[in-house]
Design a protein around this ligand. Structure first.
Ligand SMILES: [Zn+2]
Length: 132
């Protein structure tokens, strides 16, 4: 899988965002998520972070920060985290770049709803149509 270029999937992404109450510009593709966060005094310890969900202090709107280009290494690292959370069989059903990206975006949307890592994964799999 990958590398994944976000802009290639823009129209599909915008539809997905719309379905969950987000606007196209609520997704902010950046070169480096940690650098983007650090510049704005948002703590981000992971230099390899692929995506993050942050709440804008003024508007209260959630924004999803995501790497413009998601590398194969980043995908492997996310896979590893999911396997640790015992989602190996579900992860194996993310059989295309788009399905991986869709799950990642839904995972970040789940954080805007207050879910933690594991609940965010489970909810995102379920919204992707993967139940077991
Ligand atoms: Zn997360």
């Amino acid at each position: 899988m990958g590398p994944i270029e976000i802009e290639k999937y823009r129209s599909r992404i915008n539809k997905l965002l719309f379905n969950y109450g987000f606007k196209p510009d609520d997704l902010i593709p950046v070169e480096d998520v940690q650098e983007w966060c650090t510049k704005r005094d948002i703590e981000e310890k992971n230099p390899f972070r692929t995506a993050n969900c942050v709440k804008e202090t003024q508007s209260g709107q959630y924004k999803i920060i995501i790497c413009k280009k998601i590398t194969c290494d980043q995908i492997s690292s996310i896979e590893g985290a999911m396997i640790c959370r015992e989602h190996r069989s579900k992860f194996s059903q993310l059989t295309s770049d788009w399905l991986f990206l869709k799950h990642l975006l839904l995972h970040e949307i789940a954080h805007s709803k207050g879910m933690g890592e594991n609940d965010a994964d489970i909810w995102a799999f379920s919204e992707t149509g993967i139940e077991k």
